[in-house]
Design a protein around this ligand. Structure first.
Ligand SMILES: [Zn+2]
Length: 93
């Protein structure tokens, strides 16, 4: 919306990827406040890896909710390991 661009084409004002990763569950649960939500959404709009991660986590959470949390064996631990690894790798500088 800004028509006076100061040549700041980098996304340095964005929250870091690590913050997106740490807030992804709060985002899915709707626990972010308005400011956090804005920063979060702006980040995932511009950062494709985080966008993919959020989509993936959303699907996962939806799947867990559908299955019901009393059925603890629905998610293979290997899948959880892969997710943890993915988060671990992408949160490194
Ligand atoms: Zn990112």
């Amino acid at each position: 919306m800004s028509h006076c661009n100061h040549g700041q084409d980098d996304h340095s004002h964005l929250i870091p990827c690590s913050e997106v990763l740490s807030k992804v569950y709060a985002f899915i649960d709707g626990q972010l406040d308005v400011r956090e939500l804005e920063g979060f959404q702006e980040h995932i709009r511009l950062c494709l890896p985080c966008q993919e991660l959020v989509k993936f986590e959303e699907k996962l959470v939806e799947m867990i909710k559908k299955k019901g949390c009393h059925q603890k064996n629905e998610i293979p631990s290997t899948l959880m390991d892969k997710i943890k690894q993915a988060i671990d790798v992408s949160s490194k500088p």
